[in-house]
Design a protein around this ligand. Structure first.
Ligand SMILES: Cc1cc2nc3c(=O)[nH]c(=O)nc-3n(C[C@H](O)[C@H](O)[C@H](O)COP(=O)(O)OP(=O)(O)OC[C@H]3O[C@@H](n4cnc5c(N)ncnc54)[C@H](O)[C@@H]3O)c2cc1C
Length: 354
């Protein structure tokens, strides 16, 4: 028998679950179809920084969108935590960016922190002569717990979640899964890098490796960040060190990657490469043609949307993405800036139903 919903979401990572939550809040009936388990894709590998400033590379739409997302996280966090019973584990403190060392321009002035002040609060820190810039809004959260929080909150609002349910094809408003057929008025593809198996999308994976360290006696009042690498502290006191950026399709961690992480750790904190390694992992960042996500209706369709390609920033951009998809579906006003910057047509040559 064909089931039917207002919106079917394909992919249960941070984007799919956040979209489901936002739509369910509007009273729509929603189903998530996830090929494996919730948060088993790129979301599982993320550090969880909400780095609107540290990740800024010059695109103003990215910045407005990232700031909106930070604001939305702040606004909805307690309601999602309460509904789900899961804490995001957000940390205050922000990101301390060391990037004057190589004369890189810094686009937004954070609060300048002198090296001696940093050394006083973090013994053994390796700090450039000109100190760092602190962006207090760039907090971090636990990505897997946050994804589950949105998922449980969505479920509490009536969203049906089907794990181990891969989608192989979409036929206008009907989705085929191995075990059932689903009719949906709207379909949102949030399958991360695998969205390219459902649409002819230009997406590539950029591998990132991370590690988690036991850090006895270390307290980081902020995340340390330098040229895309970072050391952050989770609420349990462990340190996450990341991440490599590799054009390598192969699965698994590598000796070279893990060696780079030990160097990154040491570059932030003397002696930290000797800390006990508690975990090592990798994932693939879904990268688009211009590093901005694809969000919106796909060309020549009136009911199939895509929201993917968030590259290094899917955790950061999840709430703003969910709001944008909600605005498309409810036909609310959308800014020209976002319509243009995130138009999926940039990355889809032609669209045909499978
Ligand atoms: C090492 C590393 C560190 C990162 N750090 C950060 C960070 O600090 N901050 C930040 O904002 N971002 C970070 N990111 C990026 C972030 O992880 C991604 O941008 C984000 O997780 C993408 O989420 P998603 O929901 O689009 O994709 P995914 O998490 O990959 O979810 C897609 C889901 O779709 C499912 N799926 C695939 N195909 C199908 C199908 N045919 N049918 C049904 N389901 C399907 C998959 O199983 C998967 O669960 C990092 C990434 C990496 C690799």
């Amino acid at each position: 028998m064909t089931q039917s919903v207002d919106v079917a979401i394909i992919g249960g990572g941070i984007i799919g679950n956040t979209v489901a939550y936002f739509l369910a809040k509007e009273g729509l009936s929603v189903a998530i179809l996830e090929a494996a388990k919730i948060a088993s894709g790129s979301t599982k590998a993320a550090a969880g920084m909400l780095g609107a400033h540290s990740e800024f590379t010059g695109n103003s739409a990215f910045y407005s969108f990232a700031k909106e997302s930070q604001y939305l996280y702040e606004r909805i966090r307690s309601e999602v935590e309460k509904l789900s019973g899961i804490a995001f584990e957000h940390t205050k403190g922000g990101i301390l960016q060391f990037n004057h060392q190589k004369g890189e321009p810094i686009h937004f002035k954070g609060k300048h922190i002198l090296p001696e002040v940093i050394r006083r609060s973090i013994p053994n820190v390796n700090v450039p002569q000109d100190g760092g810039f602190l962006f207090t809004e760039d907090i971090h959260i636990h990505p897997i717990k946050t994804c589950y929080a949105f998922s449980y909150a969505a479920r509490a609002l009536g969203v049906s979640i089907y794990e181990n349910t891969p989608v192989f094809s979409i036929d206008e408003d009907v989705i085929q899964t191995p075990s059932f057929e689903l009719q949906a008025n709207h379909i949102v593809i949030t399958a991360g890098i695998e969205s390219r198996s459902l649409l002819p999308l230009h997406l590539s994976g950029v591998k990132g490796q991370c590690m988690k360290l036991e850090a006895p006696g270390v307290t980081l009042p902020y995340t340390l960040f330098y040229e895309g690498t970072y050391m952050l502290q989770r609420v349990d006191g462990t340190l996450v060190v990341g991440a490599t950026m590799e054009l390598d399709d192969s699965e698994g961690i590598t000796a070279d990657g893990q060696e780079s992480l030990a160097l990154i750790a040491e570059s932030f904190l003397h002696g930290s490469s000797q800390f006990k390694v508690l975990d090592r992992w990798y994932g693939f960042r879904p990268k688009t043609i211009d590093d901005l996500p694809y969000i919106g209706l796909i060309p020549n369709s009136t009911n199939v949307y895509v929201a993917t390609g968030h590259f290094r920033n899917g955790i950061l951009l999840a709430p703003a993405t969910a709001k944008l998809i909600k605005d498309f579906i409810l036909k609310n006003d959308i800014s020209e800036e976002f319509l243009t910057a995130f138009n999926p047509g940039r990355g889809i040559a032609t669209y045909q139903y499978n």
